[in-house]
Write a protein that binds this ligand. Structure first.
Ligand code: TTP
Ligand code: MG
Length: 357
């Protein structure tokens, strides 16, 4: 396998920088984005506020104690989303292999890219420049040959900086990294590691695979690999979601309309639940039946309106069943699928494909 070129991009103090950009009286001041109330927490803080120790997820009350002059402003998600779209448009100039992690962060695979640029570092610099030009905000970049190292690298010269970890530098970088700095090792895991005498990459590397798996399960295997600079995870492009489905394989084969109608009830409920979770409504409903000898029969209907209620789903599912079923046939599975989404935001369609087959 040839060496990949992965870039991790992360906006600097994202929500806070947007607020400072749009309200010049906040520029250069310690500010935080978050709720004002007694029970709220800080979403993020400007770099000026971080000097005082103000951090993401900190209770507002504590932030005010640390920094009495802190200005707390409410968040404006719609604006952050807009900026997020702008930076994705920038990424698109360079590659289509983009994996957004959140509104302000993404992995890019530029091994092959849309520019004639060979060097990933140059590409990253160009991306940072274009982000600043288009959004009047800054970002930082990490460049390496896998996702883990690229992510670790983007923090090193933050804000408005970049850092490269080359294959021959990886071992040294990882060995000297304090264990709590490893992405994916939270406070409690770090505590447990300390208990085992693991305080940095070097001591993590000295731990056996058996020990790590015994203590941390599957994550132990991940830690074992990662500290050796081995992370084969690909940059996963999110594609637009086209459908939501649910299906049910029977314990025993079913025959006849009554038996199959019974099976539709829980299936419709499951589909409705998934629609709700994904916040998607569709106009096309398809029903699929698999026969005992594994033949698949399906039929669909497209309505003029979205199928919005469980009752409507149930009604049309029954209609489809009546048209599709053959009385003497034995069936082993029934499935329902909703597609043809209308009036849904691109964001919802980009959700992970949790329910697809
Ligand atoms: P981060 O990239 O983690 O933080 P950041 O961009 O504010 O700062 P940095 O320069 O260190 O990257 O998160 C991006 C945004 O996500 C952040 O601006 C606000 C939001 N967020 C929360 O709402 N709650 C949280 O706990 C965190 C970590 C972030
Ligand atoms: Mg950020």
């Amino acid at each position: 396998m040839s060496i990949r070129k992965i870039i991790h991009i992360d906006m600097d103090a994202f929500f806070a920088s947007v607020e400072q950009r749009d309200n010049p009286s906040l520029a250069g001041k310690p500010i935080a984005v978050g709720g004002q109330s007694h029970r709220s927490v800080i979403a993020t803080a400007s770099y000026e506020a971080r000097v005082f120790g103000v951090r993401s997820a900190m209770p507002t009350v504590k932030a005010r104690q640390l920094c009495p002059e802190l200005v707390i402003v409410p968040g404006r998600m719609a604006v952050y989303r807009e900026v997020s779209e702008q930076i994705r448009a920038v990424f698109k100039h360079y590659t289509d292999i983009i994996e957004p992690l959140s509104l302000d962060e993404a992995y890019l695979d530029v091994t092959e890219n849309k520019t004639s640029q060979r060097y990933a570092t140059r590409i990253a610099q160009s991306i940072l420049k274009k982000i600043t030009k288009d959004t009047h905000l800054t970002a930082s970049a990490g460049i390496s040959y896998n996702k883990f190292l690229a992510k670790m690298a983007s923090d090193i010269n933050k804000p408005n900086g970049f850092y490269v970890i080359r294959p021959e530098q990886a071992a040294r970088f990882l060995e000297s990294l304090p264990i709590e700095k490893f992405h994916g090792i939270g406070r409690s895991t770090a505590g447990k590691m300390h208990g085992l005498g693991i305080t940095d990459g070097l001591s993590l590397k000295a731990a056996s695979k058996v020990l790590l798996v015994q203590e941390f399960g599957r994550r132990g295997q991940f830690f074992y690999d990662i500290v050796r600079g081995h992370d084969p995870r690909e940059v996963k492009t999110s594609r637009l979601r086209k459908s939501i489905g649910a299906e049910r394989t029977f314990n025993e084969n079913r025959q006849g309309i009554n038996a199959l109608e019974q099976e539709l009830i829980p299936l419709v409920a499951k589909l409705a639940e998934r629609m709700k979770a994904a916040q998607l409504l569709g106009q096309t409903l398809s029903l699929k039946l698999k026969t005992a000898d594994f033949q698949i029969h399906s039929r669909s209907i497209t309505l003029e309106q979205n199928l919005e209620t469980e009752e409507a789903l149930h009604y049309w599912a029954k209609q489809l069943l009546q048209r599709l079923i053959q009385e003497h046939c034995m069936y082993r599975l029934v499935g329902l699928q909703l597609s043809n989404f209308k009036n849904v935001s691109a964001e919802n369609q980009q959700m992970p494909l949790l329910f697809d087959e």
